[in-house]
Write a protein that binds this ligand. Structure first.
Ligand code: GLN
Length: 485
């Protein structure tokens, strides 16, 4: 059951081969036994209650949704009313969400069952899940390595078959980089396509919720369920949802793939080889490649580390020891409530970002840093506009190197460079998908990224379908999963 795609699992439930209770009980057991550090909480009681209800409804002959009885894990910065929501931070250790995120509602409307909350870097700041205030998370392919981050728990969980599907959030690469490191699909949709209501904001102009899956059909299915317009998110695109499953013909004859020739230096040799194979495979299916350039991409990391902290410093101002968070026991007056609660509650990476953001927004430096970065962001977007005059999609590796060993990156700037290939899609609000595309000689997964114009989310998924039809990388399961039935 653990290796079945979500599409199959729900069929087996609807045809009464498996009950929802059997499915959920089995996955909950895997979750309880996991020792990767992928999960922060397990929602056993509510999951079992929902499973029982689905079994009753099926017995009554009700028609159930497209994800009926499918277990899903969500990153712990996405709210479910009454459940703990830590954002990977000690500050929110005891916080219970007061409402439910739109994405979770949409999933539940289709019968999905949320079984656990996933580990993450504190407030989604990081690329390794080592910055979780609770515990690090290991990569199921090699437990000495990180799963990437910040949605490392969600990625490791799906790779380890703790659930067929999970949700993460991607502000600069936090869905795609861990997907690449863990050998699964991870999708950042067009900005505004998936509601952010109930996602704890990090950098609101860049944040998007995105799904993880082991195969492209499942990814299209879950994306089609959560891509509905939402009135509670003012940036939500008010257009009818699309059925991405209908885009998955695998037919890509005549598709023009942009190859950013100015971005391919310094790749890990095995990733370079995989990239070449990736393009060759797509060419055999009738696509052509076109050289393009994204000349301002080299500024994407510095621009991101001005804009994202600036937005984070304002978004995180609400965590003040008064409303949501733990209050310092040492505080003797109002100022100390703010100061001490924040000092005790936030981890060092979060403090760095808040300081950086406050600095670049301060009166004397706003023009020099924040406004300048905004201008460069526009240039990065313009590069894409120019490139998309010559091609339909752009393809390049998700990361320049595979998963790294825990503790091996200590310098923040080196860690920040993890996102060198992923940030620009957030800057421009483009759909971008990391596709499992093979393994290094050491057996670590490799991911290739396909990006397209805004709202071409279905096209990106269809490129993945074309590749998936020709390969088996996606179906590989880490040895650490043991014998799976
Ligand atoms: N690694 C990036 C950061 O630390 C991106 C994080 C994300 O996408 N949430 O900010």
């Amino acid at each position: 059951m653990f290796t079945l795609p979500a599409t199959e699992l729900t069929k087996k439930f609807k045809s009464k081969e498996l009950t929802a209770k059997e499915i959920v009980t089995a996955f909950l057991k895997r979750c309880k036994e996991e020792n990767l550090g992928a999960l922060l909480s397990i929602l056993e009681k509510t999951a079992l209650a929902k499973a029982a209800l689905l079994d009753e409804r099926l017995a009554k002959g009700e028609v159930l949704g497209s994800l009926a009885a499918v277990p899903v894990i969500v990153k712990d910065n996405i709210m479910i009313q009454g459940e703990t929501l830590t954002c990977g931070s000690k500050f929110l250790e005891d916080y219970k969400a007061t409402y439910t995120a739109t994405v979770v509602k949409k999933l539940e409307d289709e019968g999905a069952i949320i079984i656990a909350k996933a580990n993450m870097d504190e407030f989604a700041m990081g690329s390794s899940t080592e910055k979780s205030a609770f515990k690090p998370c290991n990569n199921p392919w090699n437990e000495k390595c990180t799963p990437g981050g910040s949605s490392g728990g969600s990625a490791a969980a799906v790779a380890a078959r703790l659930a067929p599907l999970s949700l993460g959030s991607d502000t600069g690469g936090s869905v795609r980089q861990p997907a690449a490191f863990c050998g699964i699909y991870g999708f950042k949709p067009t900005y505004g396509r998936i509601s952010r209501y109930g996602l704890v904001a990090f950098a609101s102009s860049l944040d998007q919720i995105g799904p993880f899956s082991t195969n492209i059909d499942d990814l299209a299915l879950i994306s089609s369920v959560i891509n509905k317009p939402c009135l509670q998110d003012s940036t939500s695109i008010q257009e009818p949802p699309e059925d991405y499953s209908a885009s998955l013909s695998g037919e890509i004859k005549g598709l023009k793939i942009g190859v950013p020739t100015d971005m391919l230096e310094g790749l890990h040799p095995d990733i370079k080889t995989s990239y070449d194979t990736f393009l060759e495979t797509l060419k055999k299916k009738g696509a052509t490649t076109v050289p393009i350039t994204l000349p301002n991409n080299k500024y994407s990391v510095p621009v991101y580390y001005i804009l994202a902290p600036a937005e984070a410093s304002t978004n995180l101002a609400r965590f003040d020891g008064i409303r949501y968070t733990k209050r310092s026991k040492c505080a003797k007056n109002l100022n100390e409530v703010y100061e001490l609660s924040r000092t005790e509650g936030f981890g060092p990476e979060v403090v760095n970002r808040i300081l950086l953001g406050t600095y670049v927004l301060s009166a004397g430096y706003q023009d020099a840093y924040y406004r300048k970065a905004q201008k460069v962001r526009s240039l990065i977007c313009k590069d894409y506009d120019t490139a998309f005059q010559q091609c339909d999609v752009i393809a390049f590796p998700t990361t320049p190197a595979p998963a790294f060993v825990h503790g091996s990156i200590t310098d923040p700037l080196t860690m920040y460079k993890q996102d060198i290939f992923t940030i620009s899609a957030n800057m421009a609000g483009l759909p971008s998908l990391s596709i499992p595309a093979g393994f290094t000689k050491d057996g670590l997964p490799i991911g290739m990224q396909v990006q397209a114009r805004q709202m071409d989310d279905g096209l990106v998924m269809n490129v993945a379908k074309a590749f998936e039809l020709e390969t088996e990388h996606f179906s590989k399961i880490p040895a650490s999963c043991g014998e799976l039935k």
